[in-house]
Design a protein around this ligand. Structure first.
Ligand code: AP5
Ligand code: MG
Length: 230
């Protein structure tokens, strides 16, 4: 008689890199995916903004760069991410939102101490037309307390200008102002877009059309993975 017991598989580990220009929806989708899969979302932008808010030496060093939309030096980022990936909560997986962003960072990631092989990592490349990116960034509002993101038209808070989670007054990120946005897009074109070719040959590279409602994008992303157990 055939044994009908289901196959017992090891718990899946979700490790993801989000690629995509500013405003593509990386943070929006990374937050949802992390919550669904119960793994940490590692947003380098949020970590750097935390350092600025806390007034640490790192924060003071990077504030002028971030404000004008320039990238922070690679070695700093590699150190910050390496340290974060060694935390216990990354053992079951992690979602990288905003890293790597240059070839040097991608190479740095390959050499980091982590419990996984680079080839096991999914790379999700989110594509959105440029005029839509500009619309999203100019309308984005942000909670300086919990870092939740809203949009004045696409995803407004329930109560005018207040964060749904902690009722902090929402503000516009300094680097969402016009001149900084232009610089961020230029940095993306010059230094981050080449990562698409760097990762394209891998079996776990996916390009996702991000120019659709957030629920539709998320449904597609979720479909790529087996649900992690509770
Ligand atoms: P970071 O915070 O990573 O910013 P970014 O890459 O410029 O990306 P954004 O956060 O602007 O966009 P997103 O793709 O996350 O979109 P979101 O989901 O918010 O980095 C900031 C700075 O930190 C950098 O400029 C650099 O200085 C520094 N830095 C960080 N990492 C670094 C690194 N590795 N190396 C060097 N420097 C680094 O969505 C945008 C808006 O659109 C929101 O309002 C949202 O509600 C809306 N939206 C989202 N999805 C949709 C949808 N499907 N339809 C309609 N609207 C949508
Ligand atoms: Mg983001």
């Amino acid at each position: 008689m055939v044994d009908a017991r289901p196959e017992i598989r090891p718990a899946p580990r979700l490790r993801v890199i989000f690629l995509g220009p500013p405003g593509a929806g990386k943070g929006t989708q990374a937050a949802r995916l992390a919550e669904w899969a119960k793994v940490p979302r590692i947003s380098t932008g949020d970590m750097l903004r935390d350092a600025i808010a806390a007034g640490t030496p790192l924060g003071r060093q990077i504030a002028p760069l971030m404000e004008k939309g320039a990238l922070v030096p690679d070695d700093l980022l590699i150190g910050v991410v390496q340290e974060r990936l060694l935390h216990k909560d990354c053992a079951k997986g992690y979602i990288l939102d905003g890293f790597p962003r240059t070839l040097k960072q991608a190479e740095g990631f390959e050499h980091m101490k982590r419990g996984d092989a680079t080839t096991d990592v999914y790379v999700l490349n989110v594509e959105v037309p440029r005029d839509e990116l500009l619309r999203r960034l100019s309308g984005r509002r942000w909670c300086p307390h919990c870092q939740s993101t809203y949009h004045i038209y696409n995803n407004p808070p329930k109560d005018d200008s207040l964060c749904d989670k902690d009722r902090t007054l929402l503000i516009q990120r300094e680097d969402d102002k016009e001149t900084a946005v232009a610089r961020r897009l230029a940095e993306y074109d010059e230094r981050t877009a080449p990562l698409i070719e760097y990762y394209r040959g891998r079996s776990r590279f996916y390009t996702v059309n991000g120019y659709r409602p957030p629920d539709t994008v998320f449904a597609e992303l979720k479909g790529l993975f087996v649900k992690a157990p509770a």
